[in-house]
Every structure is written in structure tokens, then in C-alpha cells.
Write a protein that binds this ligand. Structure first.
Ligand SMILES: [Zn+2]
Length: 486
């Protein structure tokens, strides 16, 4: 199988010898099994020689312009290409498929050329060895993946998540792996777990530190500091279902499916957002579901929901093609998932869609009217008229209003029990009644609902629950009762 090779070239602006550059690139190209591609700056010297070589050999070349204009503003030397450019070019290397190679041309890497030193240093920090050519020799500088700055960054991030109440778990780290028989070329990706066929590099818990995996996640700073002391390069896993749930759109298909879903449902996600290796992680308020729910692929392909018992990999963790990055951070308020999305999580148990709603304070007249009407209707039901089912529907609706901040939980508990008592349900079927209530509470609380935006019919005017969309739009959940009554 052939795979492309991407070569990043960095070097001194006054590098005199085009032949040495050509020789080094020839050697790299000879070892390549597939297409060769060059990443290079727009400077004179080594950059220019590399571009000329690419042109002669018909090699695709991507040129990264120096950020000349911003350098004086940053108080940097006018003739330095700039750290931003260097990061951009290494970013592109990170994103490349296949083998990757970094070649530097410089006689005095610790001295004058800050640009070359910075670019080579950035590449080494990200795990690449650098083949350094001087006018008289060739040496290989090993990767500096144990860089202390990187370790500090990971540890600080883990502690920051914990300070927000999110339990944290240490994960393995993806490693760039040498290509067998290839000089200095590395390829994504091995795993710090040392399993040569690990299929989830950098994505699974370090069980030497956390024997029970995500079940050992904690927000206790001392334990977290201890973990990252023992494994300074550990990726960070955030246990979901506590403070956040995470919607994972994986790859182009997942992103496209989620986008189409959002458009269809008039949903514009505004909450915290992470760019992953292949897609997005959208952070949402906990739904109460879990552990990891692959949403039915026919409904939403390549989209996963991470809830209770699951975890999501968080910035600045590394993945095979770079790093997880916040697009919108955790200071942005979390949103609840749209009900239509929650409905997809449990197509059997909870097919439901809710009307757009807005949050209000407990004691809102809408909530009180709903509570009074539901309880009055239930209390008046004779035996054998479906009281248990009715109790479940009422509980579901009222507890979702509790979760939405419209009603007070203890008041709903009390009033529903009173209604169940008045219709005789509590006396004849005490155990089933309490199970029904618990089930309705659990599901209702996981589906927060406010007051409908537009005028909604009062609860008493609503028809019984049906499975059509009109009923859903009126705000009544379409759910099967938990404990069925015969
Ligand atoms: Zn592994």
C-alpha cells in the first residue's frame, strides 16, 4: 500500500548551497512509497532551494508566507518570519496523511536564525524528529515530546476542568511512530499503551493509574496532580453526565448529518465547542442518559452522545492529526440539547419532541395551571380507566417543567401523590404507583422544559398523548410508561 509523504523544510535565509538541499530531498523522495508533498516558507536561502527542487521534480509544494507585516507591530525583528507562521506550517504537517518528515538546514541552530530554531523546536515538541543538515554534517534531533511546557499545559488544563466540577481521567497519549525502513520519517500513530495494534491511540484510560477507567474519574485536585505527575503527557478525559454531556460528530459524515439535523430543527448550537481530529464535540447540559449512546445511524449517522458513564477527550489533548482545540470555551453557557435530539437517543423509550420554550422562575402561572389541571384530572379518574398510564404522562410532563425551573419539585411530588391517593390508585397499587412516579420523574427530569414561546393550549384542553407531530408540537411528551400495568 502506498501512502503520501509530506516533508516540511525549514532553514536559514542565507543558506548558500542548493545542491545539499536537493540531495537531502532526493534521499527523502527516494524512500517515499507514494506521492511526495513539500511544506515550505516563502523566504530566500534554504526555502528557495527547496521550492526550486520541487519545481524541477514536479513535486506539489505548499508555500507558507511569512507574517512580515505583523512582526514590527509585535516588536520582533523585521526579518523574522514569525512564530505564527511556524505554528501554521507545523499544523499543516500534523494534518497530513501518511509519512511525515522534517528537514532543517542550518549551521548554527542555537544561534542566529530564530526562525529555523523556532520552527524545528515546534516540530520536535509535537513529536517529530528533525533531520538537521549543517554545511558539514547531518544529525537527527530527537522529538521533545516530554517538553515541560507541554506537561504544565496539560496538568493546568486538567485542574481547571476539575475546578469547574468536571471529573477528570488520565488517558494514553498518541505517539508518532517511525516508518520502518524510512530515514527519520514518522507516521501517525502509535499509542503510549505500547500495544502495537492499539486501535484507539491516545483515546483510552491509563489503567495503570485508573484501574476502573472512567469510573475512577475525580475532580479532586491532589489526585489529578498526582496522575499528571506520573504521566505528564497524559491526554485528558472528561467524565460526562455530571456537569456536561458531549455530542460527538465524527468525520465529514457526522458533521454533515448534525448540520442537516440542526437546520431541519431550527437549532443553532451556541454552547462550548471543540474541534477534534475529524469533527466536533458540542458540550451540552447533562441529559441524564448514558453511558454512550450511538444515535441510530439511520437517524443521525456518525453522531455519538456521551452521557453518564462515558467520557470525552478534551483540549489540549493530542490526537493523531494535531490537538483538540476549543472553538468556544467552557465559559460559554451550556445549552440543553433540543428535545428532538434527545428523542433520537431513545427512539423506543422516548420518542418525543417539545415545543420551543423559555425558562421562567418556579411558581409561573403556566406551571401552576399545568399542575392543577393534571392532578385534578387524575384525581377524578375511576378504577380501570388507565389511571397508571395517566399518572405516568402527568408525571413526565410536570417533572420536565420542574427540570426547566417552572415548577417546584417537592410540590409536584406531593400533589401527584395526593392525586394518586384521591383516585384510589395509591391504596390499591401502592408499589406500582411509586414505581411509575419514579420512572416519570427520572425521564421528565432529564428533559427540561420551560414555558412555550407561543401561546399554548392549557393542559386540560390537550388531547391524550399520540404519536403524531401535532401533539408533539403542543408540548406533550410521547413516551411509553415505565412499569406497565396489566
Ligand atoms: Zn493504546
Amino acid at each position: 500500500m502506498t501512502r503520501p509523504t509530506t516533508i516540511l523544510v525549514t532553514g536559514a535565509r542565507d543558506w548558500p548551497d542548493p545542491h545539499q538541499v536537493a540531495q537531502a530531498l532526493n534521499r527523502a523522495a527516494e524512500q517515499a512509497t507514494g506521492e511526495v508533498r513539500l511544506l515550505v516558507g516563502d523566504a530566500t536561502g534554504a526555502d528557495a532551494h527547496a521550492r526550486a527542487w520541487a519545481e524541477r521534480h514536479g513535486v506539489a509544494v505548499e508555500v507558507f508566507e511569512a507574517r512580515w507585516s505583523q512582526m514590527p507591530a509585535e516588536g520582533k525583528p523585521r526579518r523574522a518570519a514569525g512564530p505564527a507562521r511556524n505554528r501554521a506550517i507545523v499544523d499543516r504537517l500534523d494534518q497530513a496523511d501518511g509519512a511525515r518528515l522534517v528537514v532543517a538546514f542550518h549551521d548554527d541552530l542555537d544561534g542566529r536564525s530564530r526562525g529555523t530554531r523556532h520552527c524545528a523546536g515546534e516540530a520536535r515538541r509535537r513529536g517529530y524528529p528533525v533531520a538537521l543538515h549543517t554545511s558539514t554534517s547531518r544529525v537527527v534531533l530527537p522529538p521533545r515530546s516530554g517538553h515541560p511546557g507541554r506537561a504544565r499545559e496539560l496538568r493546568a488544563a486538567a485542574l481547571d476542568y476539575a475546578a469547574r466540577g468536571i471529573p477528570v481521567v488520565p488517558l494514553h497519549t498518541p505517539l508518532l511512530r517511525p516508518v520502518p525502513g524510512r530515514d527519520q520519517a514518522v507516521v501517525a500513530v502509535g499509542c503510549s499503551c505500547a500495544d502495537p495494534v492499539c486501535d484507539r491511540p491516545g483515546k483510552h484510560p491509563r489503567t495503570r493509574l485508573v484501574a476502573r477507567g472512567v469510573a475512577n474519574a475525580t475532580s479532586e485536585p491532589e489526585r489529578i496532580a498526582g496522575w499528571w505527575h506520573r504521566a505528564p503527557q497524559a491526554n485528558i478525559g472528561l467524565a460526562t453526565g455530571h456537569v456536561v454531556d458531549v455530542l460527538d460528530a465524527d468525520g465529514p459524515d457526522g458533521v454533515a448529518a448534525l448540520r442537516a439535523f440542526a437546520v431541519e430543527h431550527g437549532w443553532t448550537p451556541q454552547g462550548p465547542l471543540v474541534r477534534t481530529g475529524r469533527g466536533w464535540h458540542l458540550y451540552l447540559r447533562p441529559s441524564g442518559t448514558g453511558p454512550r449512546n450511538p444515535i441510530h445511524p439511520e437517524l443521525l449517522a456518525h453522531v455519538d452522545w456521551r452521557g453518564k458513564g462515558a467520557y470525552a477527550i478534551a483540549p489540549p489533548s493530542r490526537h493523531a492529526n494535531g490537538a483538540y482545540t476549543w472553538i468556544r470555551g467552557l465559559d460559554v453557557p451550556l445549552e440543553a440539547a433540543p428535545a428532538a435530539l434527545l428523542g433520537l437517543l431513545r427512539p423506543r423509550q422516548a420518542e418525543r419532541t417539545l415545543a420551543p420554550s423559555r425558562p421562567v422562575a418556579p411558581g409561573h402561572p403556566y406551571g401552576q395551571a399545568a399542575l392543577d389541571a393534571e392532578c385534578a384530572e387524575l384525581a377524578a379518574m375511576p378504577p380501570d380507566s388507565g389511571r397508571n398510564r395517566r399518572l405516568f404522562d402527568a408525571g413526565l410532563r410536570l417533572y420536565s417543567l420542574v427540570a426547566g425551573g417552572v415548577l417546584d419539585e417537592t410540590q409536584v411530588d406531593r400533589d401527584l401523590l395526593t392525586a394518586a391517593e384521591r383516585c384510589g390508585l395509591l391504596a390499591t397499587e401502592a408499589k406500582a404507583t411509586r414505581l411509575t412516579l419514579a420512572s416519570a420523574r427520572r425521564i421528565g427530569m432529564a428533559h427540561p422544559r420551560g414555558v412555550p414561546e407561543r401561546s399554548a393550549p392549557t393542559p386540560a384542553q390537550q388531547p391524550p398523548a399520540t404519536r403524531d407531530h401535532a401533539a408533539a408540537d403542543r408540548g406533550r411528551p410521547r413516551v411509553r410508561p415505565g412499569p406497565e400495568r396489566r
